[in-house]
Design a protein around this ligand. Sequence first.
Ligand code: FAD
Length: 496
Amino acid sequence: MIPFNRVVIVGGGTAGWMAAAALSKTFREKISIELIESEVIGTVGVGEATIPNIKNFHLLLELDEAEFMRAVHGTFKLGIEFVNWDNLGDRYFHPFGPPGVESWAAQFHHYWLRAKGQGDVADYGEFSVETSMARDGRFGMNGERKPNYAYHFDAGLYAKLLRGFSENLGVRRIEGKVVEVQTHPESGHIESVKLESGQVVAGDLFIDCTGFRGLLIEQELQTGWEDWSHWLRNDSAVAVQTESVSSLSPYTRSTARSAGWQWTIPLQHRVGNGLVYSSGYMPDDEATRTLLDNIDGKTINDPRVIKFRTGRRLKQWNRNCVALGLSSGFLEPLESTSIHLIQNGIIRLIKLFPFSGIDEAAVDQYNEDVRTEIEFIRDFIILHYHLTHRADSPYWNDCRTMQVPDTLLHKVSLFEGSGLIAQHPYDLFADQSWAAVMLGQGVEPKGHHPVVEMADDDELRQFLARIRASVRQIVELQPMHRDYVAAHCSTPEHAA
Ligand code: FAD
C-alpha cells in the first residue's frame, strides 16, 4: 500500500463509476476505493451520446466492444447532423473523421474552396466517408478506410456495466445519503463524510461526483463558479424516451428550435429525445409541448425537466477533493463533450495521482490543464450559436449578435479571411471539425491556401472526382447500420 491510498468517491452516476473503474483497473490493490451513492437521489439519467475518444477509455479498461455494446444497448455514431442551425430548412453534418486527402501545408477544405470558387457545386459532405455513410444510414468496417466513430448508449446501463466491472476489482459500494462533511480545522482538507445512517467514511482523496449539487467541491469547500450563461444561454432541458420507429441512424441529430435545440439519439431498444432551451425565452410547458409535437413513436416515460447552469468550477481540484462530471462544470450537451471531460479528468488524475500527499504544484497543473481544455470546447460550442443566420426569434437574434470570447473571434476572422484554422494542441476539436461547422453554417472564406494552386484546373477536377468516387466506393461496401448492429453486437432481446 502507498501512504495516500484511501479514495472515497461520492456519487454513482456516469462520472462516479467511470472514475471507480479506471482507478481500480490502474492501481488495483495499491489503493482502496469506496463509492457512496444514493438510490433515493438517483442520477441525472441523460448523457447518451459520445465522441470517438471514449474508445481510448475502453482500451484502458480492456472492455470488449461487442460485449460493451450488448450491455448498454448501444449503437454507432459517425457524427452529428445539424438541422435548422444556419437558416430554417438547412442541414449540415459534423463528421468524426477528416474529409478527402490533405497535404501537410493545407487541409482538404482549401482544395474544395478553390474548386467551389471555380463553380464546382459538389457538396462538402460527399468527400467525407463518415458523412456519406451516415446519410446512407450505413455503418461498417469493410475496405481499407475505416470510419471514425463513437457510441450512443443507455446511461443507466453504462453505469451498471462499470459498477459490475469496478466491484469485480474490489471497489466497495456503499448505499446511502451523505448528510455531513468533516474537514480538518487547519488545512480545510476533507477527512470524512457522514451518511444518514450515521456511518462515517474516512479517506485521503475525495472525488466529488455528486452531479450539479457539487456536495463536496462547492457546498463544503465553496470553490466558486465562473458563469458562462451570457454565451451559452440554455439553462434547461426536457427529456423523453420513445419507442424506435424508423431505421437506426448512425448519428445524433440536433434540430434547432425557436429557443434551443432538440436531440435525437437512437439506441437499440428506444430513442432518446430532448429539448435543450433557455427558460428566459421559452417556458417549461411550451418546451415540453414543442418536444412532444416533434417526436416520432410512442413515448415510454413521462417528459422530465432538468435545470442546469453553464460554466465551470473555478478549480476542479481543491485541497484533497477532485470534482468530476457535472459537479466540475457544464457546457450543455450540443457536441456530446461531458463524458469526454470526465474521461480526461480521470486520466489526468491518474497521471498526477498524489501518492505521497497533496502537492500544490500538481493541483495547479491539473486545474490549468482542465481550464484550457474546457475553454476551447466552450468556444467551439458558442461558434454554433454565433454563426447562425436565423432571425426568426428573439433567441436566435440574441445568439447571432452576442459578444463572443476574443479567442473565438480570432478563430472565425482568420477563417473568414483565408480559410486558415488556428489549431492549439489542447483543442479537442481538430481543424476539420472547425471547418465542418464554419462551412456548414455559411462562412465563405475570402481565400484559400496558395499551395492548392500547384495543381492546374484539370488536375484539381480529377483529384476531387477521384476522392468522391473512392468515398462512394467505400460507403457502398458497408451494410445498413441496423444490420451491422444485428450481426455484431445486438442485445439478445432486440435481435429480431
Ligand atoms: P449524476 O448522474 O447526477 O450523478 C450524481 C450521483 O451523485 C448520483 O449517483 C447521486 O445518487 C449521487 N449523490 C448526489 N448527492 C448525494 C448525496 N448527498 N449522498 C450520496 N450520493 C449522492 N454528456 C455527454 O457526454 N453526452 C451527452 O449526450 C449528454 N447529454 C446531456 C443532456 C443533458 C440535458 C444534460 C443535463 C447532461 C448531458 N450530458 C451529456 C452530461 C452527462 O449527463 C453527465 O456528464 C454524466 O451523466 C455524468 O453525470 P454525473 O455522474 O456527474 O452526475
